[in-house]
Design a protein around this ligand. Structure first.
Ligand code: PEP
Length: 251
């Protein structure tokens, strides 16, 4: 049985007071949502503020990015050990905004996932096709390439610990959501690929989240699909009521 994971990706939003009150509200919802794992991924400067607010409660903390090297002369970067030391358990890697605006490739994603695993963090590896790729029928090829590129050379015992987020690029921040059937089709394809590469026991353990304009109005039907094990939520995670409703939809 996979515990549903509802993760909020705050992106580059909020200041400390706002982060405090939003995470307080989410911590209160999470306390009433036994059986759902709730995760907040604020920007780096807010990690410690959120950690103090959710302290000892059921909400987990994650970051939105990490550097692949353990330390050194990489001005402006943050290592996986630093994130773990700040209280993070998770880190998002390969988000489409990182791929699009910061030139991250499948190899970058692999190195970051590896660094996260070595520091004891769970990487949430994001994959997903653009609108052009969906329209020309290459979604399966693109998603499989991204997953195999990210997992290549990882040990099966490490693969078991990852989370995958399927986020069609055309649905992120656009208000357009994949239908439950469209999302389930890709989730099933990802699980099928994992099964072929690593066997059923590992494939059945890995949580595959859906991301792309998830909101209270569509969360329940998306989360009802067999291979959708939670959500990676952007815009709606910035509103306490909306994110709380999505958490409840996963119950
Ligand atoms: C995201 O950025 O991961 C995301 C899914 O954003 P939104 O929910 O706003 O589409």
């Amino acid at each position: 049985m996979r515990t549903p994971l509802i993760a909020g990706n705050w992106k580059m939003n909020l200041l400390r007071d706002e982060a405090r009150s939003l995470s307080e509200a989410i911590a209160a919802t999470a306390k009433e949502a036994d059986g759902v794992e709730v995760l907040l991924c604020p920007p780096f400067p807010l990690l410690d503020t959120v950690r103090r607010t959710i302290d000892a409660g059921p909400v987990a903390l994650g970051a939105q990015n990490v550097h692949n090297e353990p330390s050194g002369a990489f001005t402006g970067e943050v290592s996986a050990a630093m994130l773990a030391d700040t209280g993070c358990e998770y880190v998002i890697v390969g988000h489409s905004e990182r791929r699009q605006y910061f030139g991250e490739t499948d190899a970058t994603v692999r190195h970051k996932a590896n660094a996260a695993l070595e520091a004891g963090l769970t990487p949430i590896i994001c994959v997903g096709e653009t609108l052009d790729e969906r329209e020309d029928g290459s979604t399966p090829k693109v998603v499989e390439r991204q997953i195999s590129g990210a997992l290549e050379r990882l040990k099966p015992e490490d693969v078991r610990r990852i989370v995958i987020a399927y986020e069609p690029v055309w649905a992120i921040g656009t208000g357009k959501t994949a239908t439950p059937e469209t999302a389930q089709e890709v989730h099933a394809l990802i699980r099928g690929w994992l099964k072929r590469e690593y066997g059923g026991a590992i494939a059945d353990t890995i949580r595959i989240l859906y991301g792309g304009s998830m909101k209270p109005a569509n969360a329940e039907e998306l989360l009802a699909e067999r291979d959708i094990d939670g959500g990676l939520v952007g815009g709606a995670s910035l509103k306490a009521d909306d994110f709380s409703a999505i958490i409840r939809a996963a119950l």
